[in-house]
Write a protein that binds this ligand. Sequence first.
Ligand code: NDP
Length: 478
Amino acid sequence: MNSYENYIGGAWVPSEEVSRNVNPSDLADVIGDYAQASERDVDRAVDAARAAFPSWSMTTPQQRFDLLDRVGSDLIGRGVELGRLLAREEGKTLNEALAEVRRAGQIFKFFAGEALRSNGEIAPSIREGISVEVTREPVGVFGIITPWNFPVAIPAWKMAPALAFGNCVIFKPAEQVPASAWELVSILAEAGVPDGVVNLLMGQGNIVGEAMVETPGIDGISFTGSVSTGARIGTRCVSRGKRVQLEMGGKNPMVVLDDADLDVAADACINGAFFSTGQRCTASSRIIVVENIHDLFVEQLVRRMKSLRVGSALNELTQVGPVVDARQLEQDERYLAIAKDEGAVVYGGERVHCETDGFFLAPALVTNTTSRMRINRKEVFGPIASVIKVKNYDEALAVANDTEFGLSAGICTASLKYAAHFKRHVKAGMVMVNTATAGVDYHVPFGGRKASSFGPREQGSYAREFYTTVKTAYVNCG
Ligand code: NDP
């Protein structure tokens, strides 16, 4: 069995305990044994990162550009191999996994450019003979705590800006996806990242993650994951004076009006709800349909769902891969049972038996629901969407906003009036018109409102807000 170690201070470091990584499409397929870091390893990584920071923070933008650009090229160059590993480990389909690795490469290249574009400002002073400069400096050491659903792209969009602006990082991936994390860090190491600038700590959130939040040696935490873990991390970071950026759940609405092109709307709903096995924080989990097309549209969705091929992530014909693990599968089924208990009608949602033993679940559409039902309040995070029938646009907008979350929101309509009104009045960080709530660009901000996000936006040029600190200098030129 292959064993994989943590990366601390430029060296691969073994651990006393390991965790076995298994393919969710084929439970007999063991990917490898991965190191489990201890609290002591967190201290070692902090020491290494702090020691590396003075020299890394003073590198030229060109040096950081070269490194990040090389990492981007390596990711794209090794895309097929890494995409296969990602699909095998996380369960998204091969096509989705290949696209994710490519995206991660593009993100590194974008932030390579951001290292060069990190300009300041010169302001006229209100006083005679004084000049004012506003510049940005790196912050120090960032803890990067990531979920399992985008195991290459999310670490990329957190680590690349941290490094581009001259910070060091300590990266803790989710327990389900150490292989993708290990490969990403080995690419950074091979590309020549100086010792201590990037450290990998695979291990448990309640040990490694907790220690990263507690230690005074880490200046900020960027986290993506569940609301409960995010809230815990946020409170602790604030009380310890650390920077914190939280990307959490979604309960994203997709409104379908009666003037919409129903083929376009159905494509957007199927993609948004079920692709990536519905395991996206931007998934369209609430489909809000006006009553005069409700039955027709539900029929259309069910027809399309029946033709979706569920199966092994590595089979090129598969459109919906397995659920990531047994715990998530149990959560998905529990929410379907709760919905039925509360009076909903469920199409699909049964286990699927394939050639290999895996966590396969047929996509489920939950109809006859109201906005107050639990299926419409909690993030389920599986191939499950519910439908809410409404009278008209005004009720659709009210229902869309009737949630503690505010990440992404969509509308399908041919009306410029409704599209413009929805863009302005829906309470979400991202709005989609006639396209799925999931699927975003990497050069523009990503994030939400309400319980979905906390702190500065991720991605695009907005990322520098979190990963730099501003200095205002006054110079007496007289
Ligand atoms: P978590 O929020 O528990 O995990 C996300 C990351 O945080 C993981 O790396 C995890 O480590 C780490 N972590 C866990 N506990 C702590 C802690 N006390 N301190 C610091 N870090 C910690 O999400 P899960 O993976 O358990 O998924 C649960 C639910 O979260 C899903 O069902 C889904 O609803 C939601 N989710 C949302 C995502 C999103 O993008 N919005 C992404 C993934 C999940 P470890 O893996 O070791 O526990």
